[in-house]
Design a protein around this ligand. Structure first.
Ligand code: WT7
Length: 651
């Protein structure tokens, strides 16, 4: 084995044509934090404003006078910025390339002009159905162009969209609809993934039978697979029947920069998922600018982000960022291993993709299949690779670089969160030398710090918890309907700072290395799952007395879900019950929350005050029984021995 260099310099040919190069980064970064108003005021000029903002940053993290406002006197419409303003110069440019699940179904190119017309038609239809500014619309769609159309149509009329990932269950839809009191749902007959239909409309039907969902007046159903569905009139309407005949222009709603653009639910360490609220101006400025700078976007790029629009990555880096930049973005309905493990690379060749952005879990799953499926494709069009969603292990990074990128394309490992709206820590591919496994340096205007348990800011080389010392335009503004929860979750732990929930190390070169969540959130294949949510789903079963859920290292998913379940006295442990419980979680939350392993736990390790000591459960799940640490404070230390004896030992 040749020596593997720890630092991968920016490839010369990439730097030669990059917009931001070596010294530019240091200079621009220094400017951006010295005078945020000047910096972000200038960046905001990239958008079309109905009224240009004169106030830029207006933020206080002080709990006595807490507020976060950006561009507060500005007015704009997000859909106008993603569509109308490109029509004169890019009307015939492809905005979205739709690549279906089945490679034999023809792909579709949708131009900016066509996308504009489709968005306007739906905007008019929504208005006719009584949806107006500030109303909430739930979107539960597969990865089809209509998902982007639906988001932008909401933005056009000032409605707040709440996209629910197509892999979530009826229960999860109901919870989210109920929390934000949606008036209308846009769904499809079925989704299609890896050749298998997903019963989206049936899930909506089931959700709308649940309490708290009767705010929904209309369900618009896109005909996608043609699968049979139950239409309940007058509530359910076929999308095409309502939308196709509408005029193809639609007066955009003039929005204040701080008017909400969307809600996106994400898991936290306690309770039900929270509705992360993003507003119009700051969010759009931030996701458009980061998209251009981090991906070194050029007019001719064909950009492909493999995320689903159900996650924030799809919002910021499939829909809003790329379209605000007038880019061509690929929307892929399918999965990496269908019809075979070459699919990603074939799609790259088919559409001449130049920028490819995916998740470590996909890279690891494909790496396991060897180099063959990659090497039989050309990938000659590629010039840049990206990674997002969880820490990428150096081994996967190197495979991505050497095999997928043929050792010559830079990789941007982008750290951010649903809450941050856009990329916060990442290399700039023409400026930052990479280190495999490090998200490297903060983006312009972003001021990360590492604090110890007492909130003391650590200097130089350090390890601790990752916070942000100041705001950035894409920051979430609140938890929908629960301002207090917003402040409590993010600003109470370390007063005066935003707490990310992640652990982090900074090396001697000032590079940041994210070490993973430090709260009770598990990152499964880049999807956030709260341990409390899985526990609630388990204890709903009549035979379950108690459940405790922890994450454990998983080769492909990054983290897996390990559940300890205590049965009600007298109930029998059985394989059948185990399967039932797995089904129960899938039904309550969705397949992403499927427990990887359920261990029967006659007792759980608790302190004398009754608090479950998860640290111990994590070590047992990691198969590291020699690292349990001090167990003397437990009410009954003997429960640990029996859990250790019956732990899952990976083969
Ligand atoms: C959590 C946020 C970022 C959009 C998709 C996930 C982890 C994300 C990285 C990265 C290390 C990462 C963090 C973060 N994470 N990207 N490049 N390196 N960790 O958004 O569902 O809100 O999850 O994902 O733990 O807190 P999300």
């Amino acid at each position: 084995m040749p020596d593997i260099p720890e630092i991968y310099p920016v490839p010369d040919d990439f730097a030669a044509s990059a917009a931001i190069r070596h010294d530019d980064y240091e200079r621009l970064y220094a400017e951006s934090v010295r005078d945020p108003d000047a910096f972000w005021g200038k960046v905001a000029e990239r958008l079309d404003w109905d009224r240009k903002p004169t106030r830029i940053r207006d933020v206080s993290y002080d709990l006595k006078d807490f507020h976060i406002r950006w561009y507060a006197d500005g007015e704009l419409n997000a859909s106008v910025n993603c569509l109308d303003r490109h029509l004169a110069t890019r009307g015939d440019k492809t905005a979205l390339v739709f690549e279906p699940d089945d490679p034999n179904t023809p792909a579709q190119n949708v131009t900016y002009r066509e996308l504009h017309a489709r968005v306007c038609k739906l905007g008019n239809a929504l208005r006719n159905l009584g949806v107006g500014k500030g109303d909430r619309v739930t979107i539960y769609l597969p990865m089809i162009v209509d998902a982007a159309v639906a988001m932008l149509a909401c933005a056009r009329i000032g409605a707040i969209h709440s996209v629910v990932f197509g892999g979530f269950s009826a229960n999860s839809i109901a919870d989210r609809v109920c929390d934000c009191q949606s008036k209308l749902i846009i769904t499809a007959d079925e989704g299609l993934r890896g050749g298998k239909p997903i019963a989206l409309k049936a899930n909506v039907d089931a959700a709308l039978k649940m309490p708290g969902t009767n705010t929904v007046e209309t369900v618009l159903v896109v005909r996608h697979t043609g699968g049979a569905v139950d239409m309940q009139m007058p509530r359910d309407r076929w999308f095409d029947a309502v939308v196709d005949s509408q005029p193809d222009t639609c007066e955009p709603e003039r929005m204040n920069a701080e008017d909400p653009l969307f809600i996106l639910y994400t898991s936290g360490s306690t309770g039900k998922p929270k509705g992360v609220l993003h507003t119009t101006g700051g969010y759009l400025v931030f996701c458009a600018y980061t998209h251009e700078a981090v991906f070194d976007l050029k007019e001719d790029d064909v950009y492909w982000c493999t995320a689903d629009v159900g996650w924030v990555t799809g919002h910021s880096y499939i829909v809003y960022g790329p379209l605000a930049n007038g880019a061509t973005a690929v929307m892929f309905e399918g999965v990496p291993n269908y019809p075979d493990f070459s699919r990603f690379w074939q799609v790259i060749d088919k559409h001449k993709v130049t920028i490819f952005y995916t998740a470590p879990t996909a890279i690891r799953a494909l790496m396991r299949e060897g180099d063959g499926p990659v090497k039989k494709t050309s990938r000659a069009s590629l010039r840049l690779l990206g990674s997002v969603g969880e820490p990428i292990n150096p081994e996967a990074w190197r495979w991505y670089f050497d095999v997928v990128g043929d050792g010559k394309r830079p990789i941007v490992d982008t750290w951010w969160q649903t809450e941050t709206g856009g990329i916060m820590i990442s290399p700039l591919p023409g400026a930052t030398a990479a280190k495999p496994g490090s998200a490297t340096k903060p983006f312009f205007g972003v001021q990360p710090a590492i604090v110890d348990a007492n909130g003391k800011v650590l200097k130089g080389e350090a390890e601790g918890n990752l916070v942000m010392l100041d705001s950035w335009p894409g920051q979430m503004r609140t938890v929908y309907g629960d301002d207090q929860r917003f402040v409590d979750t993010y600003f109470k732990t370390y007063p005066g700072m935003y707490f990310s929930g992640d652990g982090c190390r900074r090396d001697a070169d000032g590079y940041y290395w994210i070490t993973g969540r430090v709260d009770d959130v598990i990152n499964v294949s880049g999807h956030r799952i709260g341990t409390a949510e899985v526990e609630s789903a388990l204890v709903l079963h009549p035979k379950v007395a108690e459940a405790a859920v922890v994450g454990f290292p998983h080769d492909i998913k990054g983290q897996g879900i390990y559940a300890y379940v205590t049965l009600v006295a007298g109930e029998e442990e059985s394989e059948e019950l185990r399967k039932e419980l797995v089904q129960q979680v899938r039904r309550e939350i969705g397949p992403t929350a499927t427990p990887d392993y359920i261990q029967w736990a006659p007792g759980l390790p608790k302190t004398r005050s009754g608090k479950i000591m998860r640290r111990i459960l994590r070590k047992i799940a990691e198969n590291a029984p020699d690292q349990l640490g001090d167990t003397s404070t437990l009410a009954d230390p003997s429960v640990v021995d029996s859990l250790v004896k019956q732990r899952r030992v990976p083969d």
